[in-house]
Ligand binder design. Sequence first.
Ligand code: NAP
Length: 283
Amino acid sequence: MENIFDTVELNNGVRMPAFGLGTSGNKDQTVCNDTIKAAVEAGYRLIDTAQMYGNEEQVGKAIHQVDLSDKNLFITSKVDNPNHGYEAASKAIDESLEKLGLDYIDLYLIHWPVVEGRGENWKEDNIETWRALEDAYEAGKVKAIGVSNFMVKHLENLIANCRIKPMVNQIRLHPGVLQEETVVFCEKEQIVVEAWSPLSPIKQMSEDDKVQAMTKKYGKSVAQLLLRFSLQHNFVPLTKSSHPERVVENADVFDFKISDEDMDYLNSLKFDDLKAPDVDEEK
Ligand SMILES: NC(=O)c1ccc[n+]([C@@H]2O[C@H](COP(=O)([O-])OP(=O)(O)OC[C@H]3O[C@@H](n4cnc5c(N)ncnc54)[C@H](OP(=O)(O)O)[C@@H]3O)[C@@H](O)[C@H]2O)c1
C-alpha cells in the first residue's frame, strides 16, 4: 500500500479502504467526535463499529459532524450475537441504519460464528443469519457483506450454502497470531482479510531489543511497526485509540517498508498470553 487512500477490491467490485479506524470501547460522544474528526483529517476513510460496541449512535453522530460530502467514508457495522437468525438479523440491520443515520452501510458483518444458545446448530444458524445479510445487500441497504471471526469450517459452511459469497473476514491478526490456515483460505476464495487488534503485542514488543532497534532504524514507533507489518501481509488493519494524537500517529505508516529480514523476525514472534480466540466457544 502506497498511501492511506489506497483501496482493495472486494469480490463484488466494491472498493474498500485498505486502512481503518476501530471504535470499540469508544462510547463517549466527545471521544468519538474528536477521534473520528482527527482520523478523517489524517486520511482514514474506513470506520469500523458494531452493535456489540454500543456506540453506533455516537459513531453516527460523529461521522455527521465531519463534512462528509467529499470524504466518501466507508462504514462497517456488525450484527450482534443475540440478533442471529433471519428475522432478528434483518431487524438488526435496520436498527444499525437508524442508529448510524445512514441510507446504507458500506459493509455489514456477522460478528461471531458460534453464539450463545445456538452453538450446536451453528451451521443452520449462520446460514439463516447470512440470508438476512444477503437480502439486505440485494435491497441496497448494505453495499457489501462479510463475516468476522470465521475459521475455515465456518466459511466452508457459508460458501456451500449461500447465494452471495462473503466479501470480507475480520479476524484477530498480529505478530504471534497469524491464523495462516484461515488467511490462505480467504485468499483462495477472494475474501479480503481485515486485522482486528493489530496493536495487541505493543507492550511485549516494546520490551524486545530487536524491535527497539527496528524503531530506531525506521524512525517509527512500535505501534507504527505493527500497522506496517499488517499492511505488508495484505491485511486491512483496523486500529483504535481514544486519543486523537495517536490516531494521527497510527496513520503515518506509508513512508517506509519493513525489510524481509525484519518481517521474518516479526513473523517468528510468539507470546504466551496472546492467542487467537476460541471461536467455537459460544459467545
Ligand atoms: N470483530 C471482532 O471480533 C473485533 C474484536 C476486537 C476489535 N475489533 C475491531 O478492531 C478494532 C481494533 O482493535 P483494538 O480496538 O483492539 O485496537 P488496537 O489498535 O489493536 O489497539 C488499541 C489499543 O492500543 C492503544 N493504542 C492505540 N494507538 C496507540 C499508539 N500509537 N501507541 C500506544 N498505544 C496505542 C489504545 O489505547 P488508547 O485508546 O488509550 O490510545 C488501545 O488500548 C476495534 O476497535 C474494533 O473496531 C473487532
